[in-house]
Design a protein around this ligand. Structure first.
Ligand SMILES: [Zn+2]
Length: 317
């Protein structure tokens, strides 16, 4: 069975171009979508890592048959259309990963969608909710420890208890409050996303990220960063995948792996139902996504859609 990994980066998590190709060879991955990350004024600089289009095209030039080049310029880019046009002429096949602190409702995102619609590019994007983020200002041990505990250790549980505990200890409370910065979230407003799906039927939208995947269930978590436990009822992503022919998802990242591992019965239903809308991808995690998907023993035609056909169709039209 042919395979496309629809969510990979170069120079992320220590993976350079050679290691990327080596990973693809070892896992019989024929092609990958290679994605950028560009945010011009990231509000919290230590949450951001620039992954440039130059690097994507450099690897593409080396391995033109294996690499499908994607680039999502920051929506604030001056002459966005000129930038897209120039890269389209160089062989750009998609827009992604769009991981920016904007909301779907903003006018700048409307303009962005008009441009990629004109150049016939699918859009792969990341959804994450706003939160308070602990930002260390000195490299001391205590701040390093707090950085871990406050920003995701044990899936958000340590942040919850540490914040509660700090309310009783004023030094810690003051310190934490002084170091918390508001993180405005990435493209997290589902209601306005739905309006954009209707407004741009010619754009194929591919969602992923913690907020996207937490909404596989209809009651997303308050404390946990990645939700756990059984899925009683499917959430909004099930409805959007059902209702909109231009809406897709990629299963990559810890968020996708977690969402598809928490309730095997419901996951099997989800894969059976949306096999024409789901794209295999890993996002440099090294998690065994292939083993996970295969463990549900879907028929070959459905597996073929998830592992290859859906991604192939989206970039070949
Ligand atoms: Zn990614």
């Amino acid at each position: 069975m042919q395979k496309i990994d629809a969510h990979l980066h170069v120079n992320l998590a220590g993976v350079d171009a050679d290691q990327l190709i080596d990973y693809m060879d070892r896992h019989d991955v024929d092609k990958c979508w290679l994605l950028t990350w560009e945010e011009l004024d990231a509000p919290i600089s230590n949450l951001y890592q620039n992954l440039s289009p130059e690097e994507v095209f450099r690897v593409h030039d080396q391995y033109p048959d294996r690499i499908v080049p994607f680039y999502a310029p920051d929506p604030k880019t001056k002459n966005l259309e000129g930038t897209i046009k120039k890269h389209r002429e160089k062989g750009l096949r998609g827009c992604g990963e769009l991981k920016v602190t904007h909301k779907w409702e903003e006018r700048i995102i409307g303009n962005y969608l008009r441009v990629i619609d004109k150049y016939d590019l699918p859009l792969l994007f990341h959804m994450e909710e706003p939160r308070m983020h602990y930002v260390p200002d000195k490299p001391d041990v205590i701040q390093q420890v707090l950085d871990k505990l406050m920003n995701g250790a044990l899936n958000g549980i340590t942040k919850h208890y540490l914040t509660k505990f700090s309310e009783k200890t004023s030094i810690l409370k003051d310190h934490i409050e002084d170091h918390l910065t508001y993180f405005p979230g990435y493209l997290y407003d589902f209601a306005n996303l739905e309006k954009r799906l209707r407004q741009f039927p010619g754009v194929d939208f591919i969602g992923h990220g913690p907020h996207f995947w937490n909404n596989i269930s209809d009651n997303p978590p308050e404390i946990l960063f990645h939700d756990k436990g059984d899925i009683d009822r499917f959430g909004i992503i099930d409805r959007l995948l059902t209702s909109y022919p231009n809406f897709y998802c990629d299963i990559s990242g810890r968020s996708g792996f977690n969402a598809l591992s928490r309730d095997r019965e419901k996951t099997k239903l989800f894969l059976e139902k949306h096999h024409c809308k789901i794209l295999f991808g890993t996002d440099n995690t090294g998690f065994d996504f292939e083993g996970l998907v295969r463990s549900f023993q879907l028929p070959d035609d459905k597996l073929n859609n998830i592992f290859f056909d859906n991604a192939d169709r989206l970039v070949t039209g």
